[in-house]
Design a protein around this ligand. Structure first.
Ligand SMILES: Cc1ncc(COP(=O)(O)O)c(C=O)c1O
Length: 369
């Protein structure tokens, strides 16, 4: 199957009746009936590529994922185009980041073609689960975990790669809702030389206490500062962050070594100049940011990531004070970027960047959303 000849065995599934999507779909709570999986060991490399029923994974209680946390994952989406075919958005970029993450966590590389082929084969079989409509998509989650049973602290010699799919509704069911972000003063997410630039679960575990703290204080996200000086803005929650100066320049922290290189971030940095905006990657001191917000030089701020595309930031909490950005609503730059990027993702506009990969899917039996 496929040009690389990855031999994917397709197992039957017990339940193949019509797809019923719950309303509202939400994000990451519903999973389709099939999953892709394959295994790796040092003798055979990648083998046993299978698409079978979505089911629990059986692990030895000593499996290294459970002790050393040797795991990586990705997040990307399939979008239903107006012509009924599906678009993947820059899956090669996800494949390359998966391999960069794998290298950092001492896991085996996965050929880019196999990463994409596993996704495409699964999406074709599960196409009926893709919701249509503004902001809806089929979220794709590739994962790799260490399955070897040992308490030794060393790279495992056995791994499982799997892919699961989750139909996702619009991130904001009723239009843009700006979020409040609380600057993390006690915790840091990642340090340079650590794993912040890799998509590995430990980074997310390290962020949870701060996220809960922000929520308890009425904010939706954490604004992370650098680990050394506790001064420079890094990311917002599990998204990249940018500030709009004077309504025309988009300024975002440069990739410091502890920031995850977001594919949405990269896309916006490439798209924005073609929409007439300036872009700048630099170090952003939180005190300067707060002063520029107060002076009205920063007119908008937003988070960027695959799940929500762009999320306006309405206010920043810092040292016990709340700073509203602009009028606290979704500004014109955020709306313009959202429109331009999603038009490409959904195939409503021509893709001048070669970002989308269109796949044919059968047209019958599709779910209503
Ligand atoms: C920590 C972190 N930063 C940024 C992003 C945004 O990356 P992307 O735009 O590739 O989804 C993500 C999501 O993957 C993330 O987990």
């Amino acid at each position: 199957m496929g040009s690389q000849g990855m031999d994917i065995r397709v197992e039957p599934i017990a339940d193949s009746g019509p797809v019923q999507l719950p309303e509202p779909l939400g994000f990451g709570r519903v999973f389709t009936r099939r999953m892709f999986s394959q295994r790796w060991d040092s003798a055979r490399g990648w083998h046993d590529a299978t698409i079978g029923p979505y089911r629990p994974i059986t692990l030895d209680p000593a499996a290294q994922i459970l002790h050393s946390g040797q795991a990586i994952f990705e997040g990307t989406k399939a979008y239903v185009r107006p012509d009924g075919r599906f678009n993947l958005f820059r899956p090669d970029a996800n494949a390359l980041r998966f391999n960069r993450s794998a290298e950092r966590i001492a896991m085996p590389q996965l050929p880019v073609a196999s990463f994409i082929e596993a996704i495409e084969a699964l999406v074709r079989l599960e196409h009926a689960w893709a919701p249509r409509g503004e902001g809806a998509s089929l979220y794709i989650r590739p994962v790799m975990i260490a399955t070897e049973a040992t308490f030794e602290v060393r790279a495992a010699r056995e791994f499982l790669h799997y892919v699961v799919l989750s139909p996702a509704g619009p991130y904001f069911a009723s239009g843009f809702q700006p979020v409040g972000v609380l600057v993390a003063e006690e915790h840091i997410r990642a340090a340079r030389g650590g794993t912040g630039a890799a998509k590995t679960p430990g980074n997310y575990a390290a962020s949870l206490a701060a996220i809960e703290g922000a929520r308890a204080n009425g904010y939706q996200q954490v604004l992370w500062l650098d680990a050394v000086e506790r001064r420079f803005v890094e990311e917002a929650g599990a998204m990249n962050v940018a500030f709009v100066y004077e309504g025309r320049e988009i300024v975002t922290p440069g990739l410091s070594g502890s920031i995850l290189a977001g594919i949405t971030r990269d896309s916006i940095l490439r798209l924005a100049p073609d929409l007439g905006f300036g872009v700048r990657e630099t170090r952003l001191d939180i005190d300067t940011v707060v002063a520029d917000v107060a002076a009205g030089r920063i007119t908008e701020a937003f988070c960027m990531g695959t799940a929500a595309v762009v999320v306006p930031i309405g206010r920043i909490g810092h040292r016990g004070r709340d700073h509203a950005i602009g009028d606290g609503g979704a500004g014109p730059v955020v709306q313009r970027l959202y429109g331009a990027l999603t038009d490409i993702q959904y195939g409503r506009a021509a893709d001048a960047y070669g970002w989308t990969r269109t796949i044919d899917v059968p047209t019958e039996g599709r779910a209503a959303a």
